[in-house]
Design a protein around this ligand. Structure first.
Ligand code: XMP
Length: 319
């Protein structure tokens, strides 16, 4: 039960007090937590903050542009945009095991981030968007997967290697408070109410070996799905929704020709805690529109299926 403008003023004062005239770096992912942390810290210390946004080639359609536009252009935050697509995809060639892919993506992220940090020798602080539930998770260590997730997400190990102090201004907040704070700081509604997106990104939504060609197809299919969910007012009724690329070819007809192309699965779930989830009962008319658009607009996909598996026993992601 707190008052938002007061909270912002207090948090800003606390950050100024903590940081003084030193410099801060922050890994901006485009997700809610790192975005709100960036906006808050920028409000407090302006250009003493530098954000690093790493494009791993596994982001959603236009994601890098959107982050640069919102933070760089609109909010005037210093953001370094690193396009490391080739480095990430290069290291993923021939790798199809999901955990192996996660490890590689996590490792490359640390490497790229560290290289950027070394170019900012004046930085004394590493800022992270750790929120209260992350703090509890890490302390309890009961949920091993969640812990692993967060250690990737929150760039585990980096503060020690880089000899930086940790700045975590969202540590006491729950997700809904982080969202309110984001709105109060002027972040766009769509950014603040975005579904979670895994650290390894499309790397775990392209089954098996990741290829640029697959990522490009998946990005377009996924964007159509999300557009249509938003248009039908279903986006915020689902907790997470996305497309998955299946490297399987099936036969279709188009005009008077036969096609032999890939399959996309749509996944939409409703959940409170992401530990269990129900598949969303999306209207058939909505599913039909999404399917028609993907098949007509994304050459290379000729079949769309809907995932009707709950968690458990299925997980939310396919890998
Ligand atoms: P699952 O698939 O385990 O997902 O039911 C539960 C939630 O965790 C997210 N997830 C991840 N997030 N790195 C992340 O940052 C990961 O490797 C990862 N794997 C799953 C998933 O998107 C869902 O919100």
């Amino acid at each position: 039960d707190w008052n938002m403008p007061d909270y912002v003023a207090e948090a800003v004062a606390a950050i100024r007090e903590q940081v003084g005239d030193e410099e801060v770096i922050l890994g901006l992912s485009g997700g809610v937590d790192s975005s709100v942390a960036a906006a808050l810290i920028h409000r407090a210390i302006g250009d003493q903050l530098t954000c690093v946004f790493v494009d791993n080639g596994l982001l959603r359609l236009n994601e890098a542009e959107q982050v640069m536009l919102t933070f760089g252009r609109n909010l005037g935050v210093k953001v370094i945009h690193v396009d490391a697509t080739e480095q990430f995809l290069g290291h993923l060639v021939g790798v199809s095991d999901p955990e192996q892919k996660r490890k590689i993506i996590g490792r490359e992220f640390v490497e790229v981030f560290q290289a950027q940090a070394e170019k900012l020798p004046k930085a004394r602080w590493l800022a992270q968007g750790t929120i209260y539930p992350d703090v509890i998770e890490s302390a309890g260590g009961k949920n091993k997967k969640a812990h692993t997730i967060k250690s990737h997400h929150n760039v585990g190990g980096l503060p020690e290697t880089l000899n930086l102090k940790l700045l975590e201004p969202l540590r006491e907040l729950f997700k809904d408070e982080v969202r309110e704070l984001g709105i109060a700081l002027g972040l766009p509604h769509d950014m603040v109410y975005r579904h979670p997106f895994p650290g390894p990104g499309l790397g775990v939504r392209i089954l098996g070996e990741v290829k640029k060609e697959f990522a490009d197809l998946l990005r377009r299919a996924d964007a159509i799905f999300i557009d249509e969910l938003r248009a039908a007012d279903w986006y915020e009724k689902t907790s997470q929704a996305f497309a998955v690329f299946l490297p399987v070819k099936s036969v279709g007809v188009m005009g008077d020709g036969r096609t032999y192309e890939y399959v996309v699965a749509l996944r939409a779930v409703q959940t409170q805690d992401f530990m269990t989830a129900l598949w969303a009962e999306l209207p058939h008319t909505l599913l039909a529109r999404v399917s028609n658009r993907i098949i007509n607009e994304v050459r290379g996909i000729n079949r769309v299926v809907y995932d009707i598996s709950g968690k458990p026993p299925a997980t939310i992601e396919w890998e």
